[in-house]
Design a binder for this molecule. Structure first.
Ligand code: NAI
Length: 255
């Protein structure tokens, strides 16, 4: 059994890779020698990430991709496989911040959008990528959920429901695809400084992190990206169906 820690020549597709954790993850894949398909709803930020990877000596190409549009997913996944000669790794990272009180008039709209972008999209990208993953020597899927899948914050039930759904989808597909050697894992980031959280005032972020996490601080997007990339190594071949908090000890802390 060859248990390599090298991703050189692997082909990785990351969604929502124009910002935050997706960008950090794509850059780490690039630094590790993978060919990176940088996809994002925002074509400009996707291109900026791909350019940063190329500037650092890596291999990357950008595609505009709205993960909630199944036709776009099919087109882009096929284009990525065509461009790089296959697909080994899929990271479902794209997400949106979606708070809505249960009595809010826009609750149904927030619910529909949250599930479309952060749950349905995951199964659509996975089903679309499967023919190529099945031909890979080390096929890996990582889904990004949240600590909101494990606990919850008031007014975030659409987000929490989508993220909890991701943990169930991860387990079920890990079991279903395991005999084919395809691993499916899930990461639950805690508070991370990204485009999603940068509008929270510094003082509020600091207070939250001090009160809630063990490490007493927000995380850096690369601290999540390294966990994601680690789960995609050829050597990570016996890890599947797990949900890993990368949260500075948020889930561990009671008081
Ligand atoms: P971010 O806002 O920096 O990046 C999210 C990216 O997803 C953006 O580039 C955005 O354009 C893209 N995106 C949004 N809708 C899309 C769509 N329909 N199709 C394709 N791309 C789309 O946010 P961050 O924090 O890096 O988020 C990454 C993931 O981490 C998300 O799934 C989020 O829910 C999750 N997360 C974030 C936490 C945090 O504290 N920042 C905590 C726990 C989970």
């Amino acid at each position: 059994m060859s248990l390599s820690r090298s991703l050189k020549g692997s082909i990785a597709l990351v969604t929502g890779a124009g910002s935050g954790m997706g960008r950090a993850t794509a850059e780490i894949f690039g630094a590790e020698g993978a060919h990176v398909a940088v996809t994002d709803f925002n074509a400009g930020t996707a291109e900026a990430t791909a350019e940063a990877i190329r500037q650092a000596g890596g291999s990357a190409q950008a595609w505009a991709l709205d993960v909630s549009d199944a036709d776009q997913v099919r087109t882009v996944v096929a284009a990525v496989a065509d461009r790089f000669g296959g697909l080994d790794i899929l990271v479902n990272n794209a997400g949106i911040s979606a708070f809505s009180p249960i009595d809010s008039p826009d609750y149904d709209a927030v619910w529909a959008k949250s599930l479309a972008v952060m749950l349905t999209a995951h199964q659509v990208t996975i089903r679309t990528a499967l023919p190529w993953l099945r031909r890979s020597k080390a096929p890996r899927i990582v889904n990004i959920a949240s600590t909101e899948a494990l606990g919850a914050t008031s007014r975030d039930s659409p987000y929490a429901a989508a993220k909890a759904g991701v943990t169930g989808l991860t387990r079920a597909l890990a079991v279903e695809l395991g005999k084919e050697g395809i691993t499916v894992n899930c990461i639950c980031p805690g508070p991370i400084l990204t485009g999603m959280t940068d509008r929270i005032p510094d003082a509020d972020r600091a207070t939250y992190a001090r009160r809630r996490t063990a490490l007493g601080r927000y995380g850096d997007p690369a601290e999540v990206g390294h966990m994601t990339v680690s789960l995609c190594l050829p050597a990570a071949s016996f890890i599947t169906g797990v949900t890993i908090p990368v949260d500075g000890g948020l889930m561990a802390r009671n008081a």
